[in-house]
Design a protein around this ligand. Structure first.
Ligand code: 3HC
Length: 310
């Protein structure tokens, strides 16, 4: 890689040009994008697990069909993102192997248990709400296939977000049992949702290069601030209590949160706390159960090739 190639590449980023799959790019740009996009895809697929558990227990047919649609959407988001990573030369097998051998991560948020039906609503409101802030930012990313995947994903996330908020607001003004269920869900999902957007900028080793190369247009703390500024007033307006005694608005109107427990964040990511082991075991079982499909496809492809060669 020559200095001239780097200079030309960075001039393209400066001009706001999209980098496409066949364009020259620094190896580190490619590596970073495969890292980020494949982990995003893993997050979407693992993210189906906590909510999928509740499809059979949905309280009404309406809630069941909404949840089924949402979980199916997440599977589709995973597919778009695995394909986006494949445009950079990553293979599906390689990415799945990295996930199953814990060399790749997925979002910490999905290692938390869903212990009540209201969690489905709170995930839609907070988790998809945080995802929308992050993914709207990534829709402007310099890598074409990723930014275009984000545009499609954000439009579907908006439905996920709205249905979650509508559900929780209904419970927050419902019976005492519903109000208590909504508050209990907020108590368990508020801090994990803040952590989901990544470590503080000072502790974010990738943000610098990802911002320089136009992938992350905002830092973790900037996206987190956007998330809190939208959701704190709405949760309070719904009559819920946010489990952060230090939360307050500053003179600029930004909601300032109390200290985040990053020990919990890293323990959850490593699987030392929460459901990391269970999530990976479920993904491993799905991979093993699907082996026969991969073998059949390979046998069919081999036979087609043999016939074509004759
Ligand atoms: N969970 C797990 N790992 C996390 C994390 C989280 N919430 N936040 C950060 N990390 C990891 C990073 O991956 C990195 O580790 P790595 O170098 O081994 O990959 C390390 O912690 C340091 O973090 P950085 O801030 O330096 O990493 P990034 O610059 O990549 O920023 C990020 C982290 C903001 C999550 C960024 O990777 C990103 O925007 N990713 C794309 C979006 C995404 O993956 N979202 C996950 C949720 S998907 C979802 O919510 C689906 C929706 O439908 C519900």
């Amino acid at each position: 890689e020559t200095a001239a190639q780097h200079a030309a590449f960075e001039a393209r980023i400066e001009r706001g040009e999209k980098i496409e799959a066949g364009d020259w790019m620094p190896a580190e740009y490619r590596r970073q994008l495969i890292r980020m996009i494949s982990q995003h895809a893993h997050s979407e697929v693992v993210g189906m697990l906590p909510e999928g558990e509740w499809i059979a227990s949905a309280p009404t047919l309406k809630r069941k069909t909404i949840l089924m649609a949402k979980v199916q959407d997440e599977a589709g988001h995973g597919q778009y993102l695995y394909h986006a990573a494949e445009t950079l030369g990553a293979t599906r097998e390689g990415m799945i192997d990295a996930l199953l051998t814990r060399r790749a991560k997925y979002s910490s948020i999905f290692n938390y248990p869903t212990t009540s039906w209201a969690d489905v609503g709170m995930i839609g409101w907070l988790v998809d709400g945080a995802a929308i802030k992050n993914q709207t930012m990534l829709a402007g990313a310099s890598y074409g296939p990723y930014s275009r995947a984000m545009v499609r994903i954000c439009s579907e996330e908006t439905f996920h977000h709205k249905q979650g908020k509508e559900m929780i607001v209904a419970y927050a003004v419902g019976t005492p049992a519903q109000r208590e269920m909504a508050q209990d869900a907020l108590n368990r999902w508020w801090w994990p949702a803040l952590m989901m957007l990544g470590p503080h900028d000072a502790d974010s080793p990738n943000t610098g290069i990802m911002s320089k190369w136009g992938v992350k247009l905002k830092t973790n703390d900037e996206v987190r601030q956007e998330f809190i500024n939208e959701h704190a007033p709405e949760l309070l307006e719904a009559g819920l209590t946010i489990p952060d005694p230090d939360l307050h608005q500053d003179e600029q109107g930004n909601w300032k949160h109390g200290p985040i427990d990053w020990t919990e964040f890293w323990a959850v990511i490593k699987g030392e706390r929460g459901l990391g082991a269970e999530r990976l075991a479920t993904r491993q079982a799905a991979h093993d159960d699907g082996a026969w499909v991969r073998e059949a496809l390979q046998a069919y492809t081999d036979r087609q090739r043999a016939v074509a060669a004759d």
